[in-house]
Design a binder for this molecule. Structure first.
Ligand SMILES: [Zn+2]
Ligand SMILES: [Zn+2]
Length: 375
């Protein structure tokens, strides 16, 4: 006789009742997902509101200034200049906000995590500096260590570490963001102003955001000074009178001269990083010499890598369905793009485990050298 649902043990009952969820609903990272997992923000995304305000407020003041000057101008030349300034600032501000949104609301390059560690291979040895707890055999847990692996990148030996939170080896150039609680590919830094990690998939937009902000600051600064200067000419060269009559321009000069140090300095620093093919994290941590950076190419090629290569698709499909059971039983994603698995390990894993790929995607854009690590 077929048992009634209420006769089932509580665990089975729970599984029967469990509704399938999408990956973003079960995601263990600290991200905020909107629009059904299509938009991915960091946990501090609220700071976006402040950043947006800091861009829009001075722009509104500047536009108001230009509009009133347009009406007060007594020559068509001045009118053209004020109208052009107005249009340029509006277009640049819109671009700035679009780049900000593209940086904040997209997957920065999150590396899908495993809910249980891949089976131990012969690389699991005592003595490294990455601890993990071994609960096998039901005995007292003891500290285990996963030794970093050496992989070859462009002829250089690079160490990849095991992430104890994501339970997998980090692809080269990845790091675990403690704020978002994810491993991020080509991790640059976590930016509190955009409330998101900066990584492989949003670095281009981040750079365009800071570069556009710098342009905006310099443009507003120059035009605000021109307004003060022309007011000085009208008031017999008195700077005091000019500043009194151009209070808004004066405020814009102060504001833009403070902000330009921040965004301009950041833009110059990132121009240096791009030209030498480093991330901020690598720059602070490894202090690469000219010769020991495995990723460095010619300057043009380094720039092309950031601005003219196709951005790879998200490694995690946050809208894919995951079964409740799969998450509880634990799964791992050993073969997704940029995983670090030697050929022998892969054969062993194939034999020993049923692979449950949840949300993981192979990276079609990984280079042949990258592919070597998981073939
Ligand atoms: Zn991690
Ligand atoms: Zn982060």
């Amino acid at each position: 006789m077929k048992p009634e649902p209420e006769d089932e043990p509580p665990q089975v009952q729970q599984q029967l009742e469990a509704k399938p969820r999408r990956l973003y609903q079960a995601w263990k990272g600290n991200n905020i997902f909107l629009c059904g997992g299509r938009l991915i923000f960091g946990p501090d995304a609220a700071s976006l509101l402040l950043t947006t305000f800091l861009i829009i407020a001075p722009t509104i003041i500047f536009c108001y200034q230009m509009k009133s000057k347009f009406h007060d101008s007594n020559s068509t030349g001045q009118q053209h200049m004020h109208r052009a300034a107005l249009v340029i600032v509006i277009i640049t501000t819109i671009m700035d906000l679009v780049f900000l949104f593209m940086t904040s609301a997209r997957d920065p390059g999150i590396v899908p995590r495993n809910t249980r560690a891949p089976p131990e291979a012969d690389e699991l040895l005592l003595g490294s500096n990455t601890p993990s707890m071994d609960w096998s055999d039901g005995r007292t847990p003891r500290m285990r260590f996963r030794r970093p692996k050496d992989v070859i990148v462009n002829g250089f030996m690079v160490k990849v570490k095991f992430c104890e939170t994501c339970l997998r080896y980090r692809p080269p150039r990845s790091s675990h963001c403690s704020i978002c609680n994810n491993c991020v590919h080509k991790f640059d830094h976590h930016c509190p102003w955009v409330g998101q990690c900066i990584g492989l998939r949003n670095y281009r937009y981040f750079f365009l955001f800071i570069a556009t902000s710098t342009f905006l600051c310099i443009f507003v600064f120059v035009f605000a000074w021109l307004s003060v200067y022309s007011q000085m000419e009208d008031n017999g060269g008195s700077m005091w009178m000019a500043l009194r009559k151009e209070a808004y321009s004066f405020a814009l000069i102060i504001y833009s001269s403070i902000v330009v140090w921040f965004v301009g300095g950041l833009t110059v620093f990132h121009l240096y990083l791009i030209s030498t093919n480093q991330t901020t994290y690598e720059n602070f941590r490894y202090h690469y010499d000219k010769k020991d950076n495995p990723y460095r190419k010619r300057i043009a090629a380094n720039f092309a890598e950031v601005f003219f290569t196709k951005i790879p698709p998200s490694m995690a499909n946050f809208r894919s369905w995951v079964g409740e059971g799969a998450l509880e039983a634990g799964f791992y994603t050993p073969y997704i793009g940029l995983d670090v698995t030697t050929p022998r390990e892969k054969i062993d894993l194939d034999r020993e485990n049923k692979e449950v790929l949840v949300g993981g995607r192979a990276d079609p854009n990984s280079t042949s050298e990258h592919r070597l690590w998981f073939l």
